[in-house]
Design a protein around this ligand. Structure first.
Ligand SMILES: *Cc1c(COP(=O)(O)O)cnc(C)c1O
Length: 387
């Protein structure tokens, strides 16, 4: 079905930051399949893990123990400080698990009608519950009746959350992105997550972080919330977790870790040996090559490079980022830039109408990052009539 307005290009091969189309034309990929291929395309460690596992065992179901799933659970809890993991196959499914967990947690506390605090401009997925949690009317329109039980507040605003805390008795959790991705690379005030942590502790609410886009090293830490020195009660992962093999994970800690029990949730494919083998290769590579730190350095370099080349360019409102989550906000809609860049052999994205979003692979070299800055600045100046 035509659920996507697709660009007229077909990629058939990839290596590192590069993709090739059916005509053999080469493209610099500054989007990584929407923050998925953090290790770039056809990374040898992932390819080897997938080939090896495909020849051993692909799927058995969760009716039996799965050694690679247990190993991945151990690795994820080790690098996050969380206690337990539920595995699904996508970001939306990871958030569905978090939403179900929060409701069950509420009912256990005797709250009949539990509500989850969510943010304006947020994105949590396209299933009914996750689109209801999403703060974007375009995602919801036509799919009413929406799922009940979400209370929306402005992003980055602790005051509005304090006000909900003072006036509502049925809130059980906050679901929030540490940096909003689809919403336009929106970075909250520095003390925001710490403030949320404090309110959640005081109120007995679960702090649930959607790190589906920000996680797995992209932010310059393994997980974006590690910039704030806090630990959430629930964290969802997907995109970068297995470098392109479908997977989703809902991690939990403390009381939240024992809320979902046998029979309360499930997934046929979730956590199968193939996707877990890929995710294990991703974690091993991220750590071995210190890629979160590399993402921090690259991000800082790209931000300053872009700021230099675009200095004084009228129409550029703000250049912002956290690691390799980078947004360039213009004063006008700029969706047309995507196909202009494509013509030039560059893959970028535009989100929230007027924010150019860059999510390059974490393995991009300094030279390739310079090429990205150069190509994009040229395109942008032309687009803004200052070429
Ligand atoms: C992409 C994304 C999702 C949805 O993930 P899917 O795998 O497309 O279901 C949820 N939350 C955030 C923050 C995302 O970026």
């Amino acid at each position: 079905m035509s659920t996507y307005r697709q660009l007229p290009v077909r990629f058939v091969k990839g290596e590192g930051v590069w993709l090739w189309d059916t005509d053999g034309k080469r493209y610099l990929d500054a989007l990584s399949g929407i923050a998925v291929c953090g290790l770039g395309h056809a990374h040898p460690a992932v390819t080897a893990a997938l080939c090896r596992q495909a020849g051993e065992l692909v799927h058995t179901s969760n009716l039996y123990r799965i050694p690679l799933q247990e190993q991945l659970g151990d690795e994820l809890t080790r690098i996050s400080g969380m206690d337990r993991v539920f595995f699904g196959n996508s970001g939306a499914e990871a958030n569905e698990a978090a939403i179900k967990l929060a409701r069950l947690y509420g009912h256990r506390k005797g709250i009949e009608n539990p509500a989850i605090l969510v943010m304006e401009q947020s994105f949590h997925g396209r299933t009914l519950a996750t689109l209801s949690a999403t703060g974007n009317r375009k995602v919801q329109a036509g799919f009413e009746p929406l799922v009940q039980g979400f209370v929306r507040v402005p992003y980055g605003d602790i005051e509005s959350i304090e006000s909900v805390a003072a006036n509502s008795s049925n809130v059980v959790a906050v679901l929030v992105e540490p940096v909003q991705g689809e919403g336009g690379i929106n970075i909250p005030p520095e003390d925001y997550l710490a403030g949320l942590r404090e309110i959640c502790d005081r109120q007995g609410w679960l702090l649930m972080l959607d790190e589906i886009q920000t996680g797995m090293g992209r932010s310059g830490q393994m997980f974006s919330h590690q910039h704030s020195g806090i630990v959430p009660d629930v964290m969802t992962l997907a995109k970068g977790l297995a470098n392109g093999v479908p997977i989703g994970a809902c991690l939990s800690r403390g009381e939240a870790a024992t809320t979902l029990g046998p029979g309360s949730h499930g997934s046929t494919f979730g956590g199968n040996p193939l996707s877990c083998a890929s995710a294990l290769a991703v974690i091993e590579t991220l750590e071995k090559e210190d890629l979160p730190a590399r993402a921090a350095a690259l991000g800082a370099g790209l931000l300053s490079g872009l700021a230099d080349t675009l200095a004084g360019t009228a129409g550029v409102e703000e250049i912002r980022g956290q690691g390799l989550l980078i947004g360039i906000e213009l004063d006008r809609p700029c969706g047309d830039l995507v196909s202009l860049a494509l013509d030039e052999g560059l893959l970028i994205n535009v989100t929230a109408d007027r924010v150019i979003r860059l999510l390059p692979p974490l393995i991009i070299t300094d030279e390739q990052a310079d090429l990205l800055t150069e190509k994009l600045s040229g395109l942008l100046k032309n687009f803004l009539g200052q070429g």
